[in-house]
Structures are given as structure tokens and as C-alpha cells.
Design a protein around this ligand. Structure first.
Ligand SMILES: [Zn+2]
Ligand SMILES: [Zn+2]
Length: 291
């Protein structure tokens, strides 16, 4: 139950720079972080496509310089977005280490968001996976996420639309069964790039016990990018006296949330997540709050 002593924490776990040239990254990230903070987000993860955040130390120094605890604080987490695949066979699905089929029709692809509390972990995941040709084996990706104590989120699960939604749904259930180590903790139900509440995806998140995630998928510099910020975010309830133990994760979609109150009013869907699943956020935030 929510009480007066709880407060909400808004997290955008899915953001990108415009990926133009390396010299632009730092200024892209600064623009992004300023806009996210103005829109009331308290945490973001930078999840560029197959690229670890360049100049991470400089970025962190800059972020630390603009902090003012608690509500104007913004935590910036390192991440990646990886194109992963596994295979569809006549009997169902298979998860080979390496491609065994040459036909793209037999591949099922998902974009996986990967987030960690420490840059070194993301760097290691990148070293483990990115030397190989893309898309990357889902099996290898799950292994790297788990080994490096990070978390995976299935981003925009309808995209790429390589197969119809029915097949992609069974593919998601297949992933759930295989992911015994729980590398995947969430699935993006709300995206800043769409206005819809995704009932179908929400229902899979329930079945698979994956946390429902809202992310902006903003790309700095893309036309209208600033408007996407805050349209979807992941809301986490913290108890005032127990800051490091998030007791709930909620999901919401926002039209144009600017303040905390607006975010709350515009919530279209919220649910409690079983407590064993709340460690998605706990894992990320605990080390930071304990510092
Ligand atoms: Zn993507
Ligand atoms: Zn993305």
C-alpha cells in the first residue's frame, strides 16, 4: 500500500545519443540528462546501440557536479542496447550458441536493453559480445548479463516485426523458460515512441513475471526528441525511511509529464510486482544509495 511516507522515483531505462560522431556524444548526453531532469526523471540509463557510453568518467564528473539531493538528483546508469537472436525451427525454437541456419526467416530477433550499476560491467559485456557479428546470440547475451551481474530488459518486444505477434509471444515464453538465471528482469510495455498502453505486452509481463518497464527510447537530436522524454518511464516507490529498499515497481505512460504530480495523475496502469522481482531496481540502486 502506498502511504504518505512513500515517494515515487522515475526511471527512464532506455535512451540514446544521436550517434553521429564520437565528439558529439558528451554534449548529446548533457542535453539528454538536462531534459530528463527537467521533466522530473530521477534516473536514466544510456543504452546506445552496441556502443558503450564514450567518456563515461567525464560524464560522471559532470553529473556529480549538477547534483542536489534528493529531488534534483539524477542517477545515470551505463547500458547498451543489443540486437539478439535465436532460432525458429519446425518444432519450435532453439537457442544455438552460433547460427546454424542461414535463413533470416528462421531467426527471431529481440532488442535487449542491458543496464548495470558500474561502467566496468557494461564494458566487460561489450568485450564479451561485441567482437562477434550481429545480431548476437541470445544465449551468449543472457550469459554475459548474468555473469556480469547486470540486468536485461526486452525492449519494444514487437520490433523487429520479423514474425507475427503470436509467434513472437511464444518466443517470449520460450525465452522465459530458458532464462533460469533471470538475466531478464523486465519487458518494455510502454514506449515513449507510442501512445498506446500495450495490453498484450502487459499480459506477457504478468505471465513471465517480468517487471513492466516504461522507457522513452529517445534519440537525442532526432526530430521532436525532447517531446518523447517523460512519455513513458518506470516508476518505483520508495519508502522515505527505507530508501534503499524499493517496495514496489509501477508502470505508467505519460502524455507530457512535467512534474511529479502530473506523472501520478496520468498513470494508466500500475501494479505491484512480487517482491522477489523488485530486486531489478534494488540491484541497481542499492550500491549507489549505500555510497
Ligand atoms: Zn531498439
Ligand atoms: Zn532503443
Amino acid at each position: 500500500m502506498r502511504s504518505e511516507n512513500n515517494y515515487q522515483f522515475f526511471f527512464d531505462p532506455h535512451t540514446h545519443s544521436k550517434e553521429y560522431k564520437p565528439s558529439d556524444y558528451l554534449s548529446d548526453y548533457k542535453k539528454l540528462i538536462i531534459r530528463e531532469r527537467e521533466k522530473g526523471l530521477q534516473a536514466i540509463a544510456i543504452t546506445d546501440h552496441e556502443t558503450i557510453t564514450p567518456q563515461w568518467e567525464r560524464l560522471q564528473d559532470w553529473v556529480n557536479g549538477i547534483q542536489s539531493f534528493p529531488f534534483q538528483t539524477i542517477f545515470v546508469f551505463p547500458g547498451l542496447e543489443l540486437p539478439t537472436y535465436f532460432q525458429k525451427t519446425s518444432k519450435g525454437f532453439s537457442l544455438p550458441d552460433k547460427p546454424t541456419s542461414t535463413s533470416p526467416d528462421h531467426e527471431i530477433r529481440f532488442h535487449l536493453g542491458v543496464i548495470a550499476d558500474k561502467y566496468e560491467k557494461i564494458k566487460q559485456i561489450s568485450n564479451d559480445l561485441l567482437p562477434f557479428s550481429k545480431p548476437i546470440s541470445l544465449k551468449a547475451t543472457l550469459g554475459a548479463i548474468y555473469t556480469n551481474n547486470s540486468i536485461g530488459i526486452i525492449n519494444h518486444p514487437r520490433i523487429p516485426d520479423d514474425h507475427d505477434w503470436k509467434i513472437r509471444t511464444s518466443a517470449l515464453l520460450y525465452i522465459k523458460d530458458l532464462d533460469v538465471q533471470q538475466a531478464i528482469r523486465g519487458i518494455e510495455v510502454f514506449s515513449g515512441r507510442s501512445k498506446d498502453a500495450e495490453e498484450d505486452i502487459a499480459s506477457i509481463s504478468q505471465t513471465c513475471q517480468w517487471s513492466m518497464i516504461g522507457g522513452s527510447d529517445v534519440h537525442v537530436g532526432k526530430k521532436g526528441w525532447e517531446k518523447n522524454i517523460g512519455k513513458a518511464a518506470t516508476s518505483i516507490l520508495f519508502s522515505e525511511n527505507e530508501v534503499i529498499t524499493p517496495n514496489d515497481i509501477l508502470f505508467q505512460i505519460h502524455e507530457d509529464g512535467k512534474t511529479e504530480e502530473k506523472y501520478c495523475e496520468r498513470r494508466v496502469s500500475a501494479k505491484s510486482v512480487p517482491s522477489q522481482k523488485t530486486n531489478i531496481i534494488e540491484q541497481i540502486f542499492r550500491p549507489i544509495f549505500l555510497q
